[in-house]
Design a protein around this ligand. Structure first.
Ligand SMILES: *Cc1c(COP(=O)(O)O)cnc(C)c1O
Length: 372
């Protein structure tokens, strides 16, 4: 059996450190925010090459607060992609702003800057590129457009802890950036968690308040905020795991390189790693029109896979009122129809990568032109 992810294997590899850190939280009884969260915020800001990191209770909350800090409000528009986890778009809706969706560059799966430019209106307030699967979006092109139109850029870096764009860390490129620490992410809590990072002191101040019911000092609530606080236990776990993240990301990159070599000329298509980014391979996707058959083929041989994501956001029931239709974003729709996520985690062995790749070769795809 080769699982899609193996959280247990990772826990066992760092059990002593984790258990000790959790015991400290229990002893201190700092269950919400507190020292462990503060220490993690300092370390994570360093890691992301930003001045501030604010711990919150999920990646979705991080996106919501980042947009609020950027001043996004009802009547505004925020541009993002439909080829993402639904939370990117949900967070925009929470603010009352309208999500404006654009298609992806099919070579790399991230926001197509040319489509972005075409989607800007006088109501556009912010742009939310998603660093999908662990690879950064085309940030220079996106920043150039944002500067020209005076827009705020909020990076959705929920899948990109430690990824690089031209040598700088994901999260340090836009005005604000959001991370998720959902357990299966490259840096995962033992429960829910998220963070906003930024270099802007004013944004940091707003977010620090909003995550804690708008509280500026004890019992003074200067705004209607939220209960989006990070738990002490999650701060402790994340502080331990952050020390291992670069090692784990390095191993993911090795597995990705091995997959690429082994899957060349097997008939499945792969995304390009664009020259401007260094991916942390949160997900390793392959693309084939015979996706559902390949799922069954692998499952019958003991290999679990995932699909990220089978239905684009613009075709989800809950988002029908945005007024989009089938056919609006052809590259996104084709990717959703064909994508399959292979097992990818640091504890995966090289032999297992080879085994999965051999099973895909054995499936016997027709040779296929991949350049879209
Ligand atoms: C996981 C994820 C989120 C949401 O994070 P949660 O912690 O699950 O709320 C947002 N955007 C993307 C791209 C994600 O992968």
């Amino acid at each position: 059996m080769i699982p899609y992810v193996d959280l247990k294997a990772q826990y066992l590899s760092i059990k002593e450190e984790i258990d000790a850190a959790i015991a400290e939280v229990l002893e201190s009884c700092q269950f919400v925010l507190g020292e462990k969260v503060e220490a993690f915020e300092t370390d994570f800001a360093d890691y992301c090459q930003t001045r501030y990191a604010l711990g919150v209770n999920s990646g979705t909350s991080a996106l919501h607060l980042a947009l609020l800090a950027a001043g996004v409000k009802p009547g505004d528009e925020v541009i993002t992609v439909s080829y993402t986890f639904v939370a990117s778009v949900a967070a925009i809706r929470y603010t009352g702003a309208r999500p404006v969706l654009v298609d992806i560059d099919p070579r790399c799966g991230t926001m197509d800057p040319a489509r972005l430019e075409a989607a800007i209106t006088p109501r556009t307030k912010a742009i939310m590129p998603v660093h999908l699967y662990g690879a950064c979006a085309d940030m220079d092109a996106i920043l150039e457009i944002s500067h020209r139109h005076d827009l705020t850029v909020v990076e959705d870096a929920a899948q990109a802890h430690g990824a690089e764009y031209k040598g700088t860390r994901a999260g340090s490129i836009g005005n604000l950036a959001c991370f998720s620490f959902y357990p299966g992410k490259n840096l995962g809590a033992y429960g829910e968690g998220g963070a906003v990072v930024t270099n802007d002191a004013e944004y940091a101040k707003i977010i620090r308040r909003l995550r804690d019911h708008g509280q500026s000092q004890k019992n003074y609530h200067d705004a209607v905020g939220y209960n989006y606080r990070m738990e002490g236990m999650q701060g402790a776990v994340l502080g331990v795991k952050l020390r291992h993240l670069d090692d784990w990301n390095r191993t993911r990159r090795k597995h990705a390189a091995d997959y690429r070599r082994a899957l060349a000329d097997t008939g499945v298509c792969l995304l390009e790693e664009m020259p401007y980014t260094r991916s942390v391979n949160h997900i390793f996707p392959v693309f084939t029109p015979q996706r559902d058959k390949l799922v069954e083929h692998l499952k019958a041989r003991g290999v679990s896979t995932g699909i990220h994501y089978p239905i684009p956001v613009h075709l989800q029931l809950g988002y029908r009122d945005l007024g989009y239709n089938l056919g609006d974003f052809p590259h996104t729709e084709q990717a959703c129809d064909e994508v399959l996520s292979l097992p990818m985690y640091a504890e995966l062995s090289t032999a297992e990568v080879t085994e999965v790749s051999d099973l895909i070769r054995e499936f016997g795809f027709q040779a296929r032109e991949c350049d879209a």
